[in-house]
Design a protein around this ligand. Structure first.
Ligand SMILES: *Cc1c(COP(=O)(O)O)cnc(C)c1O
Length: 419
């Protein structure tokens, strides 16, 4: 009976032929995916429906940092899948406790809250910051300061805190008491962080906002102003965390410690998980029933995240990320020199890099991404003026060489007028 049932499901799935066109027929049109439809991945390679191979320098937006179908992660997930999937919050589970121990041992934090995405991790962080201020200082300390061009997720609270007006258009009324200041501007921060501020949130490296690293002085100043005004400093490390910069978390490279940190994306290598970590004191205002989620920290996600964390949080692993990043930067800077009409420069941190377009090619990031894809190289963009690269952290020297060659070919094709 079981076997027959299984065969039935299998054959139904086979019969459901789908392609890129299907997206336009049955999906809510919130995305405009590429014509390329990947069906399989291994390491930094993916193959599409037609069997065409691509070198993946996106990692699904800095997510699959250990590569596609990483055997160690696959084994951990499959073993856990045979053991225990889910319990719900009436019971805790061993994998989530191991993960929380590992994450707090490795960072400034004493406590962890798990959820399923970066937006949810930030939602928890913003709610916690408001709750903390209300509990400790009363109702008049609820203002949140965030940066222009920042990205914190797509829930109503997180788009409101995010610094990109296009993502809040049409969703009013929005949560109130949120101000945006220019990134890396110390004087603007000094002026904005008053006594009514409960939290300042910042990405140590702005990802969606154009791959822009914070200056050391800026993060130090935010720490100082927050301490002076009794505001919490929140680092959104959803994109730049989990080894991406060559440090386990970017804050470690700066030597500036936040009060709350959010992590997601690479934490699950593609298995959905988010984390908000903080200190004992701050966590203590979230009591039983204050906040929660059904799936957060379930055994499957926690097992994967623990495996990812243990793999990445090794000195040799992180040293190799820095070495690979240096090689990639060298290759990209040579491209900038050889195509000065197209690019103004390279910026970023570790293996989160952006090639900034020149004024003449302003707005053309998508076209360059498409040109690279046609040569078999998958790239990201960050806005319309920055081509973003975020290869898996396990990228080899040969793959870095191949990527720069493919990008050069893509640029040559892009610059050749069509006859
Ligand atoms: C991607 C991202 C988020 C949102 O994460 P989701 O998992 O998409 O909800 C939040 N902050 C930053 C910095 C991100 O890059």
């Amino acid at each position: 009976m079981n076997a027959i049932h299984k065969m039935h499901i299998g054959s139904d799935q086979q019969a459901l032929a789908v392609n890129r066109q299907t997206f336009d027929e049955v999906m809510v049109p919130t995305y405009a995916p590429s014509a390329v439809l990947p069906v399989r991945g291994l390491g930094l390679e993916v193959w599409d429906q037609g069997g065409q191979r691509y070198l993946d320098f996106t990692s699904g937006i800095a997510v699959t940092s250990l590569g596609h179908a990483n055997p160690v992660v696959v084994d951990a997930l499959c073993e856990q899948a045979k053991t225990l999937w889910h319990l719900g919050n009436g019971y805790t589970n061993e994998p989530v406790l191991r993960l929380a121990k590992a994450l707090t041992d490795a960072t400034f934090a004493d406590r962890a809250f798990f959820c399923n995405s970066g937006a949810e991790a930030n939602e928890a962080a913003f709610k916690l910051a408001r709750k903390y201020a209300h509990s400790k200082f009363g109702p008049n300390k609820s203002r949140i300061i965030s940066c222009v061009n920042s990205f914190h997720g797509r829930t109503l609270f997180t788009v409101s805190v995010g610094g990109q007006p296009k993502y809040t258009e049409g969703f009013a009324p929005l949560p109130a008491q949120i101000d945006h200041i220019p990134y890396n501007d110390i004087e603007a921060a000094r002026a904005a962080i008053g006594d009514d501020v409960c939290a300042v949130v910042v990405e140590p490296v702005q990802g969606e906002g154009g791959v822009m690293p914070a200056t050391l002085e800026y993060l130090q100043a935010l720490r100082e102003f927050c301490d002076q005004k009794g505001a919490l400093l929140i680092f959104d490390e959803v994109q730049c965390g989990v080894g991406r910069t060559g440090n386990l978390y970017a804050y470690m490279g700066y030597g500036v410690t936040p009060d709350i940190l959010t992590s997601a994306k690479a934490l699950g290598n593609g298995y959905p998980i988010g984390a908000m970590i903080t200190t004992d004191d701050i966590a203590s205002v979230f009591v039983v029933g204050t906040h929660g989620t059904t799936y957060g920290g379930n055994p499957l996600a926690s097992t994967v995240a623990l495996t990812v964390l243990q793999t990445i949080n090794q000195p040799e692993f992180l040293a190799r990320v820095k070495q690979a990043a240096a090689k990639l930067v060298t290759g990209l800077e040579a491209i900038v020199r050889d195509y000065p009409q197209v690019f103004a420069g390279v910026r970023g941190s570790g293996l989160l890099l952006g090639m900034v377009l020149s004024d003449a090619y302003c707005g053309k990031a998508k076209d360059i991404q498409k040109a690279a894809e046609a040569q078999g190289l998958l790239l990201l963009i960050a806005g319309m003026d920055v081509v973003r690269l975020a290869p898996a952290l396990v990228v080899s020297d040969d793959q870095i060489d191949e990527a720069t060659q493919l990008l050069r070919r893509g640029l040559d094709a892009f610059l050749t007028p069509v006859a």
